[in-house]
Design a protein around this ligand. Structure first.
Ligand SMILES: Cc1cc2nc3c(=O)[nH]c(=O)nc-3n(C[C@H](O)[C@H](O)[C@H](O)COP(=O)(O)O)c2cc1C
Length: 141
């Protein structure tokens, strides 16, 4: 199964989480700010934070170039200061491109200024790795 991970990070959390997942799963990692995602892919993890209640507009623009004929399945991993912000716009956009998006999404805390300092912590990063392993195993089953 051809699998990769793409992240978009403003303050470094998605890079940290994405790096840990890519390293554990031994899959290539791409920065959506600078890299082109090589297609075709069976599965693409998309890791991103929430800003003003939304995904970053530049990230969404990058994702809008993906095609359901080339990327079969996406899995979302998200972080936000609230700890419950989801990448709803990214999900809708990927689905509109014909890409299946796993209904389960890993959501963890990030931080904003002094709110939730120290997040995402090691346990939350480990949780993302566990989620990614299980999600991929389910796709492979
Ligand atoms: C400019 C800015 C706006 C943010 N807005 C929100 C928000 O609306 N809701 C929330 O829960 N977290 C918000 N956060 C917190 C981020 O979602 C959180 O820290 C996330 O982990 C950032 O990911 P990143 O480090 O990969 O950019 C915001 C952070 C920044 C820097």
């Amino acid at each position: 199964m051809r699998t990769a991970l793409a992240y978009y990070s403003v303050t470094g959390h998605s890079k940290k989480i994405g790096g840990a997942v890519a390293n554990a799963l031994q899959i290539p990692i791409y920065n959506l700010k600078t890299d082109t995602i090589p297609e075709p892919l069976d599965c693409l993890f998309v890791v991103g934070g929430i800003y003003g209640g939304k995904s970053d507009a530049h990230m969404l623009n990058q994702l809008s170039h993906l095609d359901g004929a080339a990327v079969r399945q996406a899995i979302l991993i998200s972080s936000s200061a609230s700890g419950f912000g989801r990448q709803d716009q990214a999900r809708a956009l990927l689905q509109s491109r014909g890409i299946q998006v796993l209904s389960d999404e890993y959501v963890c805390m990030g931080n904003f200024l002094i709110v939730r300092l120290g997040h995402p912590n090691q346990a939350e990063v480990d949780g993302a790795v566990r989620f990614a392993r299980q999600a991929l195993a389910r796709l492979n089953a």
